[in-house]
Design a protein around this ligand. Structure first.
Ligand SMILES: Cc1cc2nc3c(=O)[nH]c(=O)nc-3n(C[C@H](O)[C@H](O)[C@H](O)COP(=O)(O)OP(=O)(O)OC[C@H]3O[C@@H](n4cnc5c(N)ncnc54)[C@H](O)[C@@H]3O)c2cc1C
Length: 316
């Protein structure tokens, strides 16, 4: 992983050669020259040295183990719908989970899925089979792995509540751990940096497919009515503050900040806790400056230190 562990391989050429050798031997897709602006839903952010795309869970487990043994810094990425990467050059490897998208395996009330599978698709698959428990999560963009990592939730459902087991990469192996061993908190879990999530088995419960579909439609309607649609965003930028009875979006709205623009970043006129980026020249620095301005205003008015829900990835 990246934090707390500077690249052991000082020589970039030696690191690159190591990555090329590992990727070729394992048959893992390896790309250079990508930018976070292409890899994240905010569509901003600088260059990333490598994007490595394993094709199945075993391969992913082997890959990260070998990267670690060779001292190559890496970081997992799903669909990039909760990440703001800064504009600098990021000198590590992304392990993209997007190719871990084998069809879900349904058995009774259970479903086993790999980390790269689309969460919205999974919600639809489950609803069609008359399985309830994740229909409220249907509008959350991204992969199952990203949702597990931060315990994604909406409309009174959180993924953590239906996780029976999670498959993680440990010492080059796929290891299954019980969902009950994980702390599933508000947009945060006890998984530690360096833990690669490979898949999960969810335990859902049977219900009338029409009623599940109706709940899904209702959640979708609420989302469409209250959130910017088709915009370049990362969802809610800040968490709701536990000490405050007012939601963060309302707090920012009450400050009159909807529509506030800094460079190519704007506080969404539709939902004040969404920062959206616009135009070819938008930069991560614009979104960050606007976010910090919001934090300062909320601190002044309410004495609350807003916590980021979006993950800030630094190139430094
Ligand atoms: C329009 C919009 C609406 C949204 N609404 C909601 C909402 O209602 N509720 C909600 O909870 N979120 C919401 N989000 C945020 C986002 O969709 C979720 O956080 C989603 O679960 C992120 O999945 P991802 O695959 O894009 O993860 P990424 O953004 O790719 O990654 C997020 C974090 O998870 C880590 N990660 C990803 N995959 C793995 C893995 N396999 N193993 C280990 N770590 C991993 C990454 O390293 C990163 O730290 C919204 C976003 C948008 C753009």
């Amino acid at each position: 992983m990246v934090e707390g562990k500077e690249q052991d391989v000082e020589d970039v050429a030696a690191r690159d050669a190591a990555i090329e050798e590992i990727a070729a031997r394992l048959g893992v897709g390896a790309e250079r020259g990508r930018r976070f602006a292409e890899l994240t839903s905010l569509r901003v952010g600088g260059a990333i040295d490598w994007v490595l795309s394993p094709g199945n869970e075993e391969q992913a487990a082997t890959l990260v183990n070998e990267l670690e043994q060779r001292g190559v810094a890496w970081r997992p990425l799903g669909s990039g719908s909760n990440v703001l990467a800064d504009d600098g050059a990021h000198h590590y490897a992304i392990v993209s989970l997007k190719e871990l998208k084998a069809e879900p395996i349904f058995a009774g009330d259970r479903v086993s899925i790999s980390a790269g599978y689309s969460l919205p698709r999974l919600c639809i698959d489950a609803a069609r089979r008359g399985l309830s428990g994740i229909e409220g999560l249907n509008g959350i963009p991204g992969t199952v792995g990203g949702a597990l990592w931060m315990n994604a939730g909406a409309y009174e459902q959180e993924i953590g509540t239906v996780v029976e087991t999670v498959r993680v990469a440990r010492a080059g192996r796929v290891v299954e751990i019980a969902g009950s061993e994980v702390s599933w908190n508000y947009r945060h879990t006890s998984f530690e940096d360096g833990e690669l999530l490979l898949g999960a088995t969810l335990l859902l419960h049977p219900d009338n497919p029409e009623e599940i579909a109706a709940r899904m439609e209702k959640a979708k309607g609420q989302r469409m009515a209250t959130q910017p649609h088709g915009a370049r965003s990362a969802g809610c930028f800040f968490k709701n503050a536990p000490a405050s009875p007012i939601g963060t979006g309302k707090m920012i709205d009450d400050l009159g900040m909807k529509g506030t623009r800094r460079g190519g970043a704007v506080v969404s006129p539709k939902h004040a806790n969404f920062i959206v980026t616009e135009g070819e020249d938008a930069r991560a620095a614009d979104a960050l400056a606007l976010a910090e301005e919001i934090r300062a205003r909320v601190k002044d008015e309410h004495g609350i230190d807003l916590e980021y829900e979006v993950e800030l990835w630094s190139s430094k």
